[in-house]
Each structure stands twice: as structure tokens, then as C-alpha cells.
Design a protein around this ligand. Structure first.
Ligand code: ARG
Length: 463
């Protein structure tokens, strides 16, 4: 890349001395924000087109600038662009190169614009496409979860509360619980798109501009819904950054929860699932080990994404209006959260394809812990005219009785049942059957097989 005439910064007329290397190294952000080059060029093209339409710059100058900008885009695309820390950030690097390519007319580009509105415009456009990318991977994950759920509608396992056996459920129902979460994640990300849809371009440094610009024109060109309302707020606002970071945090929290779930289920104590060799790692000393490291990685990474959310909240806390250099860190934080989440989502999708339920063990564990006690209480309410509280007490007494005899409920005979709850008939044994128990939960949202089937169909259609 040829150097410009003096290899000087834009502000060298005012600021005579070059800043120290340490200072340059500290304040520049080019290594981070060069990721915004496409958005920056897009924004600049829309801006100069608007300047021409408003007769602020000539046709010739507009075309020259656009020619230069497109050339720069190709240079960066092809890794032929020499990013220089001396020019601080992506905006000044591109402007500097534009001067080299087309000469003094490059100087018209920044009419009625500041880096303050420029950077948020770039950043909002970037976050929009990042959001779409995340949502499309979430779709893939929902698809993989539905596939696994479909194969396991009748796979019965214990549903846990307090990590104690609570009631029997279908493994598919557990998976579909996470489908709900991933679906909400998508909704959360999409809601953010609504609120960030205000075009910042044209508010300039803080006050707006005296040039007769048309902000509606750039709004349309850049795919925003409307121009932002207040120039001071616009250059200071990073709420859209917080929204994004929060949504990333919630999504990574969901990944963390299911990872923890699978880690527990994969332990020898539970032994409810198997992980294929593709997603486990070994130990350097214990030859027998197959560790769920990837799941632990996913569980841990929510720590970084929460940290990023808190970094940004802390940067904004007490920051007066309007632009300050403090805000420059927003991009490093967002890029890190995005890269982390994207990687985690890809890993999780692989895990979904490499996990299988240990059906026999699931059933065995579900058969312990008096898991059908609630079903028995419900049965007494329905067939023996008891209030639920009375039925609950009778069943609790029966559980105590069975526990003393070291038997499961279905191992008691009818006489033993009748010792505690008189007048029961053989009918009662149907209620103790796990499959019947799961299938009886037909209330909307419950774990019955037919409910799950319907939900799977519903989500398949939504994709
Ligand atoms: N690189 C800067 C940032 O990301 C762009 C805005 C600079 N504005 C300024 N007044 N120094 O925050």
C-alpha cells in the first residue's frame, strides 16, 4: 500500500506532535473494529449517495468516492489492505486509504457526518446480521433436538425436582423443554432487532448538522425502519449493545443448564445417557476415563458471556452524555460474546447428534423412589371420593409402609394395600404402571405421548 503524502493523521493541523507509540497502541482499535469494514463501506456509500441527492456533493465526486470505497472493499476482502494503528480505527483507515486512491475529493465523504454516528451505524448493521446468524444456528439446534425427541417419545425416565425422582416423564419431553428455551432465545434476539432499528446516521457528532441532509433516505438504503429522534441520545446510546449481550447471556445460560444436565446424567451414578467417543476426552493418568469435557466447556463459557454483559453495564454506569472513548470497548466485548456463543452453539449441535439415552437405565431409575405416588393420590381422588389432601396423606402412609417393607409400590399385594387404604381393587395396579403414568398427563403442556407428538409437529411446522 502506498503511503499518503506525509503519512500524517487527519488531525495533524491542529495537533502538531505525533502521539507516543504507547499512546497510539493504547487508543487504537483497528485490530478489533476492522471486522466492521463491510458495514462501514456500506454506510459511507449510502451517505455519499444521500449527499449527492441533496445536492451537497456533485455527481462526479460521489462516483469517485464510491469507486474508491468499492476498491477498498476488494482490497480488504482479498487481504491486500494494510491496516495501520496510526489511523486509530476502521473509519480513519478507510478514509486515509480513500485519500490515497482518489486524492483530495475523498475529503467530501465526511460532510455532515462524524465517527460518532458512523460507528453506531456500522455496529447496528453488524449486530443485525450477527443476530440472524445466531438465529439460523438456533434453528439447526431446534431441528436436531426435534429429531432426537421424535425418536424418544416413549422413552421413559424420571423427571426430577430437587434432583430427586419426582414424576415419570418422557425423555422427549425434557428435550422439548429446551426447544422452548431455544425458541424463546430466537424471539429475544428478534425483539432486539425491533428496538435497534433506528438509523443513527446523520446525527453527526452530537448536535445534528446544518447541511440539508435526508435521513429518511439513508434509513431506507441501510434497511432501518426510521431515523433516531435525538442526536445526543443517539451518539451516547448503547442499549442495543446491552440487549444483544443480555440475549447472548441468556442463550448461553440455557446451554449451560442443559450441559450440566447431561454431565449429571452421564455420570456413573446416574448413567442415563451415553456420549459417543466424538464428544468426550480422556485422562492423562486414568486409562478408563471418558470425560464430558465439551459439555463442561459449554457450561463454563456462560461465565464469559455474563462477564461481557457486566463489563458493558459497568462502562455505561454513570457515563455522562454523550460520546466518550470509554464506549470504544463495546465492540471487543460484543465480538467476544458473539464468537463465544456461535462456537458454543456449533459444539452443542454436534453433542445433540452424539448423545443417546440409556433407555433401560432410565426406566430402572424411574421405577425407584416411589415415583408414581402422585398418580396413586390422583386415583384415590377420582375413584374413592377423597379430597386431594386426604388422598395425599393416605398415599404418604402407604409409601412409609412400603419403605418399611423395602418394597416398591407395585411390589405390594392387594391385602397390603388395603391395610392402609381399604376397599382398593386390582384396578389400582394400572395406575402404578410407568407408561400409564406418563401417558395420563394429557393436560396441555403435559408429558403424554400424544401431547409431545403434537408439539413436535408444531415446532417442525414453525421452522
Ligand atoms: N473508534 C471509535 C469508537 O469505536 C469511533 C468513534 C470515535 N469518536 C471520537 N469522537 N473519538 O468508539
Amino acid at each position: 500500500m502506498t503511503k499518503n503524502k506525509n503519512n500524517k493523521t487527519i488531525w495533524n493541523t491542529r495537533i502538531k506532535n505525533n502521539s507516543s507509540l504507547l499512546f497510539q497502541k493504547t487508543t487504537n482499535s483497528i485490530d478489533i473494529d476492522k471486522r466492521l469494514y463491510k458495514e462501514d463501506i456500506l454506510g459511507s456509500i449510502a451517505h455519499v449517495e444521500m449527499l449527492f441527492k441533496q445536492k451537497i456533493i456533485s455527481f462526479k465526486i460521489k462516483n469517485k468516492i464510491i469507486y474508491g470505497l468499492n476498491k477498498i472493499k476488494k482490497e480488504i476482502d482479498n487481504k491486500k489492505f494494510d491496516f495501520n494503528t496510526k489511523y486509530e480505527d476502521i473509519h480513519m483507515n478507510i478514509e486515509n486509504r480513500l485519500f490515497e486512491l482518489i486524492g483530495e475529493e475523498a475529503g467530501y465523504t465526511h460532510t455532515a457526518r462524524s465517527r460518532n454516528d458512523q460507528v453506531i451505524t456500522d455496529f447496528k448493521i453488524w449486530i443485525k446480521s450477527a443476530t440472524n446468524k445466531i438465529n439460523s444456528i438456533l434453528d439447526t439446534i431446534i431441528g436436531s433436538s426435534l429429531k432426537l425427541a421424535e425418536k424418544n417419545i416413549e422413552t421413559i425416565m424420571p423427571g426430577f425436582t430437587h434432583l430427586k425422582n419426582a414424576q415419570a416423564v418422557s425423555f422427549a419431553h425434557y428435550l422439548m423443554a429446551y426447544v422452548e428455551m431455544f425458541h424463546r432465545d430466537k424471539k429475544r434476539f428478534n425483539n432486539n432487532l425491533q428496538s435497534l432499528n433506528e438509523n443513527p446516521l446523520g446525527v453527526a457528532a452530537i448536535a445534528g448538522t446544518s447541511f440539508n441532509i435526508d435521513r429518511n433516505y439513508t434509513t431506507k438504503k441501510l434497511g432501518f425502519e426510521r431515523p433516531s429522534n435525538n442526536s445526543i441520545d443517539t451518539v451516547s446510546d448503547r442499549d442495543f449493545v446491552l440487549d444483544f449481550l443480555y440475549s447472548v447471556s441468556v442463550c448461553s445460560m440455557h446451554l449451560s443448564r442443559i450441559s450440566e444436565e447431561l454431565i449429571i446424567w452421564n455420570s456413573e451414578g446416574f448413567n442415563l445417557i451415553n456420549l459417543s467417543d466424538k464428544v468426550v476426552t480422556g485422562s492423562s493418568i486414568m486409562p478408563q476415563k471418558k470425560n464430558p469435557d465439551l459439555l463442561e466447556y459449554l457450561r463454563g463459557k456462560s461465565g464469559s458471556t455474563y462477564g461481557n454483559l457486566f463489563s458493558m453495564l459497568t462502562i455505561l454506569k454513570g457515563l455522562p452524555l454523550s460520546y466518550f472513548k470509554d464506549l470504544q470497548d463495546d465492540k471487543e466485548i460484543v465480538f467476544n460474546s458473539y464468537d463465544t456463543l456461535l462456537n458454543c452453539l456449533k459444539i452443542f449441535n454436534e453433542i445433540l447428534k452424539n448423545v443417546s439415552p440409556n433407555k433401560r437405565r432410565m426406566l430402572e431409575l424411574a421405577s425407584s423412589g416411589y415415583i408414581v405416588a402422585t398418580d396413586l393420590a390422583d386415583y384415590l381422588v377420582k375413584n374413592h371420593s377423597m379430597s386431594f389432601r386426604n388422598a395425599y396423606k393416605k398415599t404418604a402412609a402407604l409409601v412409609n409402609f412400603a419403605e418399611k417393607k423395602k418394597k416398591n409400590l407395585n411390589e405390594l399385594n392387594l391385602e397390603e394395600f388395603n391395610e392402609i387404604i381399604p376397599k382398593l381393587t386390582n384396578d389400582v395396579f394400572k395406575v402404578l404402571d410407568l407408561k400409564n403414568s406418563v401417558n395420563s398427563k394429557k393436560s396441555y403442556g403435559g408429558t403424554s405421548f400424544s401431547n409431545i407428538k403434537k408439539m413436535i409437529v408444531k415446532y417442525k411446522k414453525q421452522k
